[in-house]
Each structure stands twice: as C-alpha cells, then as structure tokens.
Unconditional design. Structure first.
Length: 175
C-alpha cells in the first residue's frame, strides 16, 4: 500500500460547483455526484481561467473532474415556495436569537408594528424576541420603546439565489 503524501487532500473530499444551463451557480456538490453527471452526459466541464481539476480513475475509465461543471439538460428550476410566516420559520431566519437583546432563551415572535396598531403578519414586520424583550416592548414600536433591532427583517430568498450571491462574493474576494 502506498502512503499518501503529507498535506494532500484525498480527491473524493473535494467539491465541485454546478452551474445551470444558463450559467447560474446552483450548488456545491461532492466529486462522486459530479462524476455521475459528467459520465451520464447531464453535465459538461466548464473551463474557467482559475479552474482546478482532478483525475478520478476506475478500472476502465479516467474522468477529469473540473472545479466547475455546467448542466447540459434543461432542468426547469425547481419550484420554491416562500415559507409561511410562522414561529419556526421566523426563528430559523433570525438564527434563534432575540433581535433586540441577542438572547437565545424563551423565544417568541414579535410584531415590529403591533397588530393592534395596524401591523401585518408579514416577513418584514415579524422578528424573534425573548419573552423579556417582548413584554418590555409591549404595544409600542421599537423606536418608541427605545429598543433598536439587531438586523432588519426580510423575507427569505430562493436557495439558488442565496448560493449564487455567496459564490460570486467568494469569487470577488479571491480575485
């Protein structure tokens, strides 16, 4: 058995970025999945200027797997429904953290503009809040209660869009 070289990452532990047919970065997948897509003809190599590649060998085949691949099949983007505005989804969006004090205990949801004053039950009017902050704020706005929000609430975005934004941000930081 041959000893592996120090500081060498085994090939199958690397990941590949998959682009849609119209060049939208969709996801990061493992090399095994990339090999299946390439061998089955569902994807092709996408040679970018900084692209690395790896060789994956089988007894009868050598596959060159680049760092970026592009789907060749027209796959209608999977339908994504906006999650409902409920406690579980609001807590997930706000990372299970009170948006007033940062506590992670006894969390509830709070309407920024209270419903009794015409506030709606929408993504941009609901935040996670601990019992203590929710009671202290009461039937007032955060400004009236002198309780600024840690972050501005917003609706979740499509996972593909979130991945694409993160991908291009990382590319700009590297280059």
């Amino acid at each position: 058995m041959r000893a592996s070289r120090p500081n060498q990452v085994p090939v199958l532990q690397n990941s590949v970025v998959v682009f849609s047919k119209n060049y939208l970065p969709l996801a990061r997948i493992n090399i095994k999945r990339a090999v299946v897509l390439l061998v089955s003809g569902q994807a092709e190599s996408l040679e970018l200027s900084t692209t690395r590649s790896w060789q994956v060998r089988s007894p009868s085949l050598v596959v060159h797997v680049p760092e970026h691949i592009r789907l060749t099949v027209t796959n209608p983007e999977r339908l994504w429904k906006m999650p409902p505005v409920n406690r579980r989804e609001v807590l997930r969006r706000d990372n299970h953290t009170c948006q007033y004090c940062g506590s992670t205990r006894n969390l509830t949801i709070d309407h920024i503009m209270p419903r009794s004053r015409g506030g709606t039950h929408t993504w941009d009017n609901v935040v996670a809040a601990c019992d203590r902050c929710n009671s202290r704020k009461g039937d007032r706005t955060p400004h009236e209660a002198n309780m600024p929000l840690k972050s501005k609430p917003k609706a979740p975005i499509h996972p593909t869009v979130a991945f694409a934004e993160q991908f291009w941000k990382e590319q700009n930081e590297e280059g």
